[in-house]
Design a protein around this ligand. Structure first.
Ligand SMILES: Nc1nc2c(c(=O)[nH]1)N[C@H]1C(S)=C(S)[C@@H](COP(=O)(O)O)O[C@H]1N2
Ligand SMILES: [Mo]
Length: 332
């Protein structure tokens, strides 16, 4: 994703489409080799290096998070999950840099405890919850969702968490609540990417209240049976599987209920490219590329085979009704 500001600043990182899976793999392998050989000492000293190794580690290194398999329609995941090593090494988390490998390399500086989320705005029962209370708020479910990035690549991720609706019911929105705004952490001391003015920090995203209440909309605390790796948005992030990935904010600190549609970061950066809705839609192209197909990370060989993108990312039966009668080309 590139905003007009980035273009003005001559900022130009490769989009996902420019990076071959092989290049990603080799980049990661050399990093792992450097870490194993202790050769990363100049970049990451002591503590940081150990923490970085934990972030790059195979499953079994982070605390387990127990969950039951979801029975929700669409949450079982017909597609094969993307390998853990790719889910945790190919990321968008611009607070840690704009390269896909930056978050796994740098997010060890993120401090996830203590963590508090403020739930505020048009509510009868506004709340501040710490991580422990959030973890206990509702039974944890494992849900295997497709994730489609607006850049034209996708993954399949086994998330752990609960429906955001569980939280929304507890705080009792007033009749004025029409939208929900999600603000994510922006601490320059922990997030080296904030130095670059790619976006106006903090990263803010939003949903209509009915979208936020939809059972598929998930607050995720883990993936692959463990707490979230930092690069994936620890300690909690949103997951809205029928929308482009950028709608799913990572490392959330504030959830605010509003009457007016919230101003969101990518929409502010480039309104003609990133709409408020941003529902996955193969028929509505990004101004600079087609959205008709996608590259599934991990499954493409040398031929760079692309697969067709599905309407609402394959969740049309579940969410299509939310947009009945709406012109999806206008409200992109
Ligand atoms: N705070 C924050 N959240 C974010 C982003 C980001 O840069 N900052 N990137 C988004 C984008 S573009 C995508 S595709 C997904 C990627 O999630 P993943 O790295 O866990 O696959 O996170 C989204 N959430
Ligand atoms: Mo994305």
């Amino acid at each position: 994703m590139m905003s007009p500001r980035e273009r003005r600043n001559g900022f130009n990182h490769p989009t996902a489409c420019d990076i071959t899976p092989r290049a990603i793999f080799e980049q990661r392998r050399s990093l792992l080799q450097a870490l194993a050989a202790g050769g990363a000492g100049t970049v990451l000293a002591g503590w940081a290096a150990r923490d970085a190794r934990a972030q790059m580690a195979p499953p079994g290194k982070l605390p387990a998070l127990k969950a039951v398999r979801s029975t929700l329609a669409g949450a079982q995941g017909a597609d094969k999950p993307t390998p853990h090593e790719l889910v945790t090494s190919y990321n968008n988390f611009y607070e840690f840099g704009t390269d896909k490998a930056d978050p796994a390399r740098r997010a060890h500086t993120l401090k996830t405890e203590p963590w508090t989320v403020s739930i505020e705005g048009e509510l009868r029962k506004p709340l501040k919850l710490d991580l422990d209370a959030l973890l206990k708020l509702a039974p944890m479910e494992e849900r295997i969702y497709r994730m489609r990035c607006v850049e034209g690549w996708s993954m399949v991720i086994p998330w752990i968490g609960w429906s955001l609706a569980e939280l929304i019911r507890k705080v009792e929105p007033t009749g004025n609540a029409k939208f929900v705004e999600f603000t994510t952490l922006a601490d320059p001391a922990q997030m080296p990417g904030l130095r670059s003015r790619v976006l106006d920090w903090p990263y803010v995203e939003g949903l209509r209240l009915d979208e936020a209440m939809h059972p598929l909309t998930m607050m995720a605390f883990g993936l692959y049976g463990e707490v979230l790796p930092k690069q994936n948005g620890a300690p909690l992030r949103l997951v809205v599987p029928w929308k482009y990935g950028f709608k799913s904010g990572k490392s959330i600190v504030r959830i605010r209920f509003t009457e007016k549609q919230p101003a969101t970061s990518w929409n502010l950066a480039a309104a003609q490219e990133y709409g408020f809705y941003s529902n996955v839609n193969p028929k509505v192209d990004h101004p600079r590329w087609s959205q008709a197909t996608e590259r599934r990370i991990g499954e493409d060989g040398l031929l760079q085979r692309r697969r067709p993108t599905l309407m609402f990312n394959g969740y049309e039966a579940q969410v299509g009704q939310l947009y009945a009668g709406m012109d999806l080309a206008k409200f992109y």
